[in-house]
Design a protein around this ligand. Structure first.
Ligand code: ADP
Ligand code: MG
Ligand code: ZN
Length: 498
C-alpha cells in the first residue's frame, strides 16, 4: 500500500518537473533501471524470500520418542524447554529468558529432528532455514533475510494463535563464523550482526516468544559473540549413537516394515559402528528395496546385512576402523582408565570406543572441583595417565602406534609445567634461558620415571586390562562402576594369591 502511494507521488513529481520545462529523460531512465532491478531481484526470490516452505507439513509431527539413541541430548533439551514453558514464572522472577539453543554434532544424528520435536513439545510454530540461504552476493540481502525470518515466525504464530515460535537455523557456521575472517567480506558480517540484533531484541513479554535453535558440526568456527549469555546460552551435544542407540534407531525405522523371524537387529547394530541415525535409516530402506527386488514379502537378515555394505559404499562413510584397530583402541583407552583408577580411585566415569569427533575412543573422568593450583604429585599422576595408553598397547600387543602422539604432547606439556614451577630436580629455573640440552634431559627424566611407574602398575593389572578391553569391544562402552568391579576382582585375587 505504502509502495503505491510513494510511486504515485514520484510520478506526480516527474510530471510536474516535465510540465515545468525540465528535461526528464535521465529521471525516466533511472526509474526504469530501478524498477527493472527490483523485479529482477524479486523474481529470483532475493528480496522477499519466503521461509514458509520449510514448515513441517501437518501430520508429520515429530516427537522426542521418534529420536533414538539420544537420551542425554533429549534430557538436556527438555530441561531447557521446560524453562520456556514456564514463561510466566520466569517473567515474575525477572530471569533472563533462554533465547538460543545450539545443537552440535556430526550430520545425520538427528539435530533437525530434535528441533522439530522441540517445536511440538513447546507447542510452537516451526520455521526453519539453513545458513547457506543467507549468503548471497548482493550485500545486505542476508541481513534482510534474517529480519524476514524473525518476522515470518512472529506472523505465523499470531495467525495460528500460538504464544511460541521456534526458529531453526541449520548449518549456522556458514553465517555465524568468526567475523572478519571469511574471505567474502562484509556480507557475512552484516548477516551475523543482524542475527545478534534480532536475538538481543527478544523479550519474555513479547506477544510471541521466540526461541532460536541452531545446528552445527563446527562449534569451533562460530563467532564467540554467538555463544555469549543471552544468545546461544545452551549447547546440547548430539553424538553418533553407540550400539544401544543404534539398536533403538533400527527399531524405530523398522516399525513400519515387515521383518522376517531370522532378523537380528542387535547383530546389525553391532555391525554398524560409526553409523549415524541417517545412515541407519537409509540402511533399513535399502534392505527393504533388496527384499522387494528378490520378491520377498518380508525383510530377512541377509538383506539388512547386504544393506550395511551398500550404505557404507554409497555414503562414503568415514573410514571404518578395522577389528584390529578397534581392539587397539580399546586396549589403549583401558590403559588410560586403569591408570587413572590406580592413581585416583573412582576417577573414571565412563569409557567408550564410539567415535567422537576425531578420537576413536574416549575416557570420561568424573568432574573434579575447579583447581587453580596443582601439586607435583598431581601433575605426575596426570602424566602417568597420559602415558598409560601407549604402555598398554605395548604390553598387550607388543608395539605402540601413532594413536598416542597427542597423549605424549600433553604429557610433555605437563612435565614442562613441573620444571617451570620449580618442582623438578633443578629447583627454581627460568625455562626460557635454560640450555636446550639440559631442558631436554630433565624433561625426559620426568617422563621416563612415570613411564616406568606405569609399566609396573599395568603389569600388575594385566588381567583387568584384558577383561575390561574385551568388555569394551563387546559393548562399546563401560561405566566407571563396572570397570572398578573388574579391577577390584583382579586386585583381590592377586592379594589372595600372594
Ligand atoms: P541432522 O540434522 O543431525 O543432520 P537429521 O535430523 O536431519 O540429522 O536426520 C536425518 C534423518 O536421519 C532423519 O530424518 C531420520 O530419518 C534419520 N535419523 C537421524 N538421527 C536419528 C535418530 N537419532 N533417531 C531416528 N532417526 C534418525
Ligand atoms: Mg539436518
Ligand atoms: Zn590416548
Amino acid at each position: 500500500m505504502l509502495k503505491e502511494i510513494c510511486l504515485g507521488f514520484a510520478l506526480a513529481g516527474v510530471i510536474f518537473l516535465a510540465a515545468a520545462g525540465y528535461d526528464i529523460t535521465p529521471l525516466l531512465f533511472l526509474g526504469a533501471v530501478g524498477l527493472g532491478l527490483y523485479y529482477f531481484a524479486h523474481s529470483r526470490g532475493l528480496i522477499a524470500k519466503n521461509f514458509s516452505e520449510h514448515r513441517a507439513a501437518p501430520g508429520q509431527q515429530i516427537s522426542f520418542e521418534d529420536v533414538g539413541g539420544q537420551a542425554t541430548a533429549i534430557q538436556e533439551l527438555r530441561e531447557a524447554l521446560d524453562f520456556i514453558k514456564n514463561a510466566q514464572q520466569i517473567q515474575k522472577l525477572g530471569i533472563r529468558p533462554l533465547k538460543g539453543i545450539l545443537l552440535t554434532g556430526p550430520s545425520g544424528t538427528g539435530k533437525t529432528m530434535l528441533a522439530r520435536a522441540a517445536a511440538g513439545y513447546t507447542d510452537a510454530v516451526f520455521v526453519a532455514a539453513s545458513g547457506s540461504e543467507f549468503i548471497e552476493m548482493y550485500a545486505g540481502v542476508g541481513a534482510q533475510r534474517v529480519r524476514r525470518l524473525f518476522q515470518t515466525a512472529r506472523e505465523k504464530a499470531l495467525k495460528q494463535g500460538r504464544a511460541n515460535a521456534l526458529i531453526f537455523i541449520d548449518e549456522i557456521e556458514i553465517l555465524g563464523s568468526r567475523r572478519g575472517q571469511t574471505t567474502s567480506h562484509l556480507e557475512y558480517d552484516q548477516t551475523l550482526n543482524q542475527l545478534l540484533v534480532e536475538m538481543d531484541g527478544l523479550k519474555v513479554d513479547d506477544r510471541v516468544r521466540i526461541l532460536v535453535m541452531a545446528a552445527t558440526n563446527r562449534v569451533d568456527m562460530l563467532d564467540p559473540a554467538l555463544l555469549r549469555p543471552g544468545r546461544f546460552d545452551r549447547q546440547v551435544r548430539v553424538e553418533l549413537p553407540d550400539k544401544e542407540g543404534r539398536l533403538e534407531i533400527l527399531k524405530l525405522h523398522t516399525r513400519n516394515k515387515p521383518l522376517a523371524a531370522d532378523v537380528n537387529l542387535e547383530a546389525v547394530a553391532k555391525e554398524t559402528f560409526g553409523f549415524s541415525g541417517a545412515h541407519l535409516e537409509s540402511l533399513t530402506n535399502e534392505a527393504a528395496i533388496l527384499a522387494m527386488r528378490e520378491g520377498c514379502q518380508e525383510i530377512h537378515q541377509r538383506h539388512l546385512h547386504e544393506a550395511v555394505d551398500k550404505v557404507m559404499m554409497g555414503e562414503r562413510l568415514d573410514r571404518r576402523p578395522s577389528a584390529h584397530e578397534l581392539r587397539r583402541v580399546a586396549i589403549h583407552e583401558t590403559g588410560h582408565a586403569l591408570m587413572s583408577e590406580l592413581v585416583k580411585p573412582g576417577s573414571v566415569s565412563a569409557l567408550t570406543v564410539t567415535p567422537r569427533g576425531q578420537a576413536l575412543g574416549y575416557m570420561r573422568q568424573s568432574p573434579e572441583d575447579d583447581t587453580y593450583m596443582y601439586t607435583k604429585e598431581y601433575l605426575e599422576d596426570q602424566i602417568a595417565v597420559m602415558l598409560a595408553g601407549a604402555v598398554a598397547e605395548e604390553q598387550i600387543l607388543g608395539e605402540r602406534s601413532t594413536g598416542a602422539t597427542s597423549d605424549f604432547q600433553q604429557a610433555a606439556r605437563l612435565a614442562e609445567k613441573i620444571m617451570e614451577s620449580g618442582m623438578s630436580r633443578l629447583g627454581v629455573i627460568n625455562l626460557e634461558v635454560l640450555p636446550k640440552g639440559l631442558r631436554y634431559r630433565v624433561l625426559t627424566e620426568i617422563l621416563r620415571k612415570q613411564e616406568e611407574r606405569v609399566k609396573a602398575s599395568l603389569a600388575r593389572v594385566e588381567a583387568a586390562l584384558c577383561s575390561v578391553a574385551e568388555f569394551l569391544l563387546e559393548q562399546e562402552k563401560i561405566t566407571g562402576e563396572k570397570l572398578r568391579e573388574i579391577l577390584q576382582g583382579v586386585l583381590q585375587r592377586e592379594k589372595a594369591a600372594s
